[in-house]
Design a protein. Structure first.
Length: 194
């Protein structure tokens, strides 16, 4: 089993060197890799638009992750070099996020208030939820070999009636919140026997 960690889980749940190390060490010890995608790795790089304090915090988290990638405690799967994963990712993005490239549809969403002009013009607009999609694309290659750990709700941006996590859970993917994953592991004690 590989443990696929999402950006929001790393930023909001792991977030300190001690916790990142404990989780990475736990996964290494049980020979079930702490894994991220190349997309997640890129998402962890802090944008210049953050406040100074937020930028420093995000930079620290990114530095911790980079350190554990270099030490071999965290595995990175490059979705652009694995053909099946790349195909899964492209299909998933087209199916659930292809609308982002259609100006007429985006204009309609703006007119109906389901999307703001600021959201549409934001630099990361077309990459919304790409991290989650990359993890799903990886897990689809062998659903029983991966667990996705994400704090995200799985709702497709501007389409709250579509929950991408529910769609893929129904296809056999294992997607859990960090606290649930932590409960069933013994990373920091507090597992089911405590």
């Amino acid at each position: 089993m590989e443990h696929l960690f999402d950006t929001c889980t790393i930023k909001h749940e792991l977030k300190t060197d001690t916790v990142i190390f404990a989780v990475a060490e736990y996964c290494s010890n049980i020979k079930e890799p702490f894994t991220i995608s190349s997309v997640i790795k890129n998402e962890l790089r802090p944008p210049n638009t953050l406040s100074k304090a937020e930028y420093e915090k995000a930079s620290r988290v990114n530095a911790y992750i980079e350190r554990y990638i270099k030490s071999g405690h965290i595995k990175v799967i490059d979705i652009s070099t694995e053909n099946t994963i790349k195909l899964n990712f492209n299909k998933l993005r087209q199916c659930h996020y292809g609308w982002m490239t259609r100006g007429d549809y985006c204009k309609h969403l703006i007119e109906t208030g389901e999307l703001t002009l600021e959201e549409y013009k934001s630099p990361g607009f077309r990459n919304r939820d790409a991290g989650e999609c990359s993890l799903i694309a990886i897990a689809l290659t062998s659903p029983k070999s991966y667990v996705i750990i994400s704090e995200d709700k799985g709702v497709v941006f501007s389409h709250p009636h579509i929950n991408i996590f529910d769609v893929f859970k129904s296809k056999g993917l294992n997607i859990v919140k960090f606290k649930e994953w932590l409960y069933y592991s013994d990373v920091m004690s507090g597992g089911p026997d405590d």
